[in-house]
Design a binder for this molecule. Structure first.
Ligand SMILES: Nc1ncnc2c1ncn2[C@@H]1O[C@H](COP(=O)(O)OP(=O)(O)OP(=O)(O)O)[C@@H](O)[C@H]1O
Ligand SMILES: [Mg+2]
Length: 364
C-alpha cells in the first residue's frame, strides 16, 4: 500500500454556504486502486466532497490534485473544468436523457469520442448484460423502474472506462436483493479493472462490504480513515463506534478501580483488567461492547431478557440488569432464549473498547 501512487489528493478542502460549513478543511489521499468509501450520516458532507472532486461544486478553500495535476486551488485561482478531469461519475440523482433510448443513453459518451458504430453496439450490449438489462436497450427511461434506471446510469458510466470512478449512492434505489447483486458486480468490476473508486454511502454495511478503505465523516470533518476491519475493530472515537454498529453499540459508564498494582474497569456488571498505561490518571472511561461480542449462559444469571427480535439466521435481544439501561445482543438464530429468561453475559475474547470520557477518543 505504501508505494502505491496517490491518484487524488485533497488538501484543506472547505465548502461553506454562508453559515453552513458542509466540508470543514479535510485532508485525504486516495491511492491507486483504492475503493474508498465516504461514509457518514445524512448531511455530513459526502456529496459535497465528491462534487468538489468532480468539479461540479466550487470549494471555498483548499486544493485538489488528480493524477498529480492541480485541478483546484483557491489560492492559485485554478479551476479545471469537470470534463477535463477524466472522471466517471454517477450521482444520487442520475439524470438519464429522457428522449433517448437506453442504448443511446449508454452510447452517448462513446459517440462523442467517435468510436465506430459496430464497436459501440458490441460495448453497449456487453455492458447491458453486466447490469442485467439485456433486452431493455430500445426502451426509454420513463418505461423503466427506478432500479432499472439506476442500472442504466451505472452502465453509462462503466462503458466509458474512466480511470477514476466517483459514485454517490448508486444503489440507493434498488431493492434489497438487487442491491446485494449489484454490490457483488461492483466488487468484481473493481477486481477486474482495479480502477480507483470513490464511493459515497450512508449505509455502513455497504461500506464494509465494498471498500478497501473507509473514510468516516461527521459534520464536515473526517473522524477516521482505515481498512474496514480497522474501522470495525478499532473505532477511533465514540462517533465511529456508534455509527459502525448495527444494532447500536452498547456504551457503559466505566469506573476505574485500582488495587495495588492491578487496574480494572468496572462497567455494566463487568470487571475487566486493563493496563494502567492506557488508563493513565483517569478515574472514569467509556466502556463499549458490540452486540455481537457477548456470550450468554444460564448460570449466575444477572440479566433478564426483555424482548427478542428474530431475523431468521440471527436474533437481537434487549436485556436489562436492574435499573441499568438496556443492552443489545446479537445472537445466532439457533440460540434458545425467550422473553423473561435470566442470563449471564460474558464478553468474547476481550472484545471491548475504551474511550476517554471528555475527548471521546479511543484509548485501548
Ligand atoms: N446548495 C447548498 N446550499 C446550502 N447548503 C447546502 C447546499 N448543498 C448542501 N448543503 C448543506 O451542506 C451539508 C452537506 O450536504 P451533503 O449533500 O454534502 O450531505 P451528504 O453527506 O451527501 O448527505 P446525504 O447522505 O443526505 O446525501 C448539509 O447540511 C446540506 O444541507
Ligand atoms: Mg449525499
Amino acid at each position: 500500500m505504501e508505494d502505491k501512487k496517490i491518484k487524488i489528493r485533497i488538501e484543506k478542502l472547505r465548502k461553506a454556504w454562508g453559515e453552513v460549513v458542509a466540508v470543514n478543511d479535510i485532508d485525504l489521499d486516495i491511492l491507486e486502486g483504492d475503493f474508498l468509501t465516504l461514509l457518514g450520516p445524512s448531511g455530513c458532507g459526502k456529496t459535497t466532497t465528491l462534487r468538489a472532486i468532480a468539479g461540479l461544486e466550487e470549494p471555498t478553500g483548499g486544493k485538489i490534485f488528480i493524477n498529480g495535476n492541480l485541478v483546484f486551488s483557491k489560492k492559485d485561482e485554478v479551476i479545471v473544468a469537470p470534463s477535463k478531469r477524466q472522471l466517471g461519475l454517477i450521482f444520487q440523482s442520475y439524470a438519464l436523457w429522457p428522449h433517448m433510448t437506453v442504448n443511446d443513453n449508454i452510447a452517448f459518451g462513446l459517440k462523442i469520442k467517435k468510436f465506430p458504430k459496430e464497436e459501440i453496439d458490441v460495448m453497449v450490449k456487453a455492458i447491458l448484460e453486466d447490469v442485467h438489462l439485456e433486452g431493455y436497450g430500445e426502451r426509454y427511461p420513463s418505461e423503466l423502474s427506478g432500479g432499472q434506471q439506476q442500472r442504466v446510469a451505472i452502465a453509462r458510466m462503466l462503458v466509458n472506462r474512466p480511470q477514476i470512478f466517483l459514485m454517490d449512492e448508486p444503489l440507493s434505489n434498488l431493492d434489497a436483493r438487487l442491491r446485494i447483486e449489484m454490490r457483488s458486480e461492483l466488487i468484481q468490476l473493481h477486481n477486474r479493472t482495479n480502477a480507483t473508486t470513490i464511493y459515497v454511502t450512508h449505509d455502513q454495511e455497504e461500506a464494509m462490504t465494498l471498500s478497501t478503505r473507509i473514510c468516516v465523516m461527521c459534520d464536515g470533518v473526517i473522524r477516521q480513515i482505515g481498512a474496514p476491519e480497522e474501522i470495525y475493530g478499532k473505532p477511533a472515537d465514540l462517533f465511529v463506534a456508534g455509527f459502525i454498529s448495527n444494532p447500536q453499540m452498547n456504551f457503559f459508564e466505566g469506573k476505574v478501580v485500582r488495587d495495588g498494582a492491578k487496574t480494572s474497569v468496572d462497567a455494566g456488571g463487568f470487571l475487566v483488567d486493563v493496563s494502567s498505561d492506557i488508563i493513565g490518571d483517569r478515574n472514569e472511561v467509556v466502556f463499549a461492547v458490540r452486540p455481537e461480542d457477548f456470550i450468554i449462559s444460564k448460570e449466575g444469571a444477572a440479566y433478564s431478557v426483555k424482548t427478542r427480535l428474530p431475523t431468521g439466521s440471527s436474533q437481537i435481544a434487549m436485556v436489562t440488569c436492574g435499573d441499568e439501561k438496556d443492552v443489545a445482543l446479537m445472537l445466532d438464530g439457533e440460540v434458545k432464549i425467550a422473553s423473561g429468561d435470566n442470563i449471564k453475559l460474558q464478553i468474547k475474547n476481550n472484545k471491548y473498547h475504551l474511550f476517554d470520557k471528555k475527548t471521546e477518543k479511543r484509548i485501548n
